[in-house]
Design a binder for this molecule. Structure first.
Ligand SMILES: Cc1cc2nc3c(=O)[nH]c(=O)nc-3n(C[C@H](O)[C@H](O)[C@H](O)COP(=O)(O)OP(=O)(O)OC[C@H]3O[C@@H](n4cnc5c(N)ncnc54)[C@H](O)[C@@H]3O)c2cc1C
Length: 317
């Protein structure tokens, strides 16, 4: 069976891995320059920033079993046990070379085609022998026997409006919180104590990370995430205004360091507000098998994306 997985976030990569291991021919498309989606890491000189997901937790045995080989191999490490002074005893994990390295490791050996925007999904033409046709924005299209679609839901919906599939209204209307991220290269270490992360330090900020203290950056690198409400209210401001406002909001954590270089990243679909009660959605009546998955199904976090990807693969197997 030829399965096309639309997008190479953690959910799509997990589904692709399972399906490929089960012997199916799998092709994965993503518009990004590299796989990973919100599992994102950026380098500026010698500074390395996680600027999407900062860490992950393990709540289920299923996810623990998947992570264990990466822990054993040293790709994943336990970062800390909480962000308050005394911690809460609950492990937070991170990835040695930045969170995105995990996505890259999952993609090894898979046919992942990045820099490829999927434009539309349609039932295959009657004489094509394929259930689906996946149209790409360069004007070409690819046939598929089955589809796994794991974009944030608004994007999945716009892809499958042409697929003649009736999506439940609640899925179509799922809203996402936004996050504006500031990435600051500093000339010396910032004022962020061990373990190098602060959860909800102020009303304006949802997370502040010293990526060097965290253990993923050679040089000082501060990630600042604006809280959802603040990001929503300030979304349309100019980049210069956002940089000035977020630098001011993070002044206590920048401390006596100077900002050498700064970049912004705006996550339009950062966190789904409502989670679908099942770990994936399987179309009941459609041209062929079609499964929607992603963190809006099994929980708005790394583990949720992985478990949803697994559920999508199992639905097809
Ligand atoms: C700022 C931020 C902080 C976070 N912090 C944490 C954290 O600390 N811990 C935690 O557990 N989780 C965290 N998360 C959540 C976590 O990152 C996500 O739950 C998880 O990565 C979602 O994976 P996914 O595969 O469902 O979707 P995504 O990773 O979003 O993958 C979607 C992919 O769709 C692609 N795409 C969309 N439309 C198209 C198209 N038409 N054609 C081709 N490609 C397309 C995009 O390029 C992207 O690669 C955070 C998220 C953000 C944004």
């Amino acid at each position: 069976m030829l399965v096309v997985v639309v997008v190479a976030g953690l959910a799509g990569l997990t589904a692709a891995r399972q399906l490929s291991d089960a012997g199916h021919h799998v092709v994965v498309f993503d518009k990004g320059r590299s796989p990973g989606g919100r599992l994102a890491t950026r380098r500026i000189g010698s500074s390395r920033f996680d600027h999407g997901a900062q860490f992950f937790t393990i709540r289920s045995d299923e996810f623990a079993a998947l992570v264990q080989p990466h822990l054993d191999a040293g790709l994943v490490f336990e970062w800390c046990r909480g962000f308050s002074a005394q911690g809460d005893g609950y492990p937070r994990y991170a990835v040695r070379a930045g969170m995105n390295a995990w996505a890259k490791a999952l993609a090894v050996g898979l046919d992942v085609r990045c820099n490829t925007l999927v434009f539309a999904i349609r039932p295959g033409a009657a004489n094509s022998g394929a259930a689906w046709e996946v149209a790409l924005d360069d004007g070409t299209s690819v046939p598929a026997d089955a589809l796994v679609v794991t974009c944030p839901l608004a994007q999945s919906y716009s892809l499958i409006v042409s697929a003649e599939v009736a999506l439940p209204e609640e899925l179509v209307r799922t809203e996402y919180d936004r996050t504006i991220a500031l990435l600051a290269v500093l000339d010396r270490a910032p004022a962020v104590d061990e373990p190098g992360g602060l959860n909800n330090p102020t009303d304006t900020l949802s997370f502040v990370a010293d990526n060097q203290r965290k253990g993923i950056s050679e040089a000082p690198a501060l990630t600042v995430h604006a809280a959802a409400g603040w990001s929503d209210q300030h979304w349309s401001q100019s980049s210069d205004e956002l940089i000035a406002d977020l630098s001011a909001a993070a002044a206590d954590y920048i401390g006596s360091a100077n900002i050498v270089e700064v970049q912004l990243k705006k996550w339009r679909f950062a966190t789904p507000r409502v989670i679908w009660p099942e770990p994936c959605w399987v179309a009941a009546e459609s041209a062929g098998p079609l499964v929607l998955a992603g963190d809006a199904f099994a929980g708005p976090r790394v583990e949720g994306a992985v478990l949803s990807g697994l559920a999508a693969a199992n639905a097809l197997l």
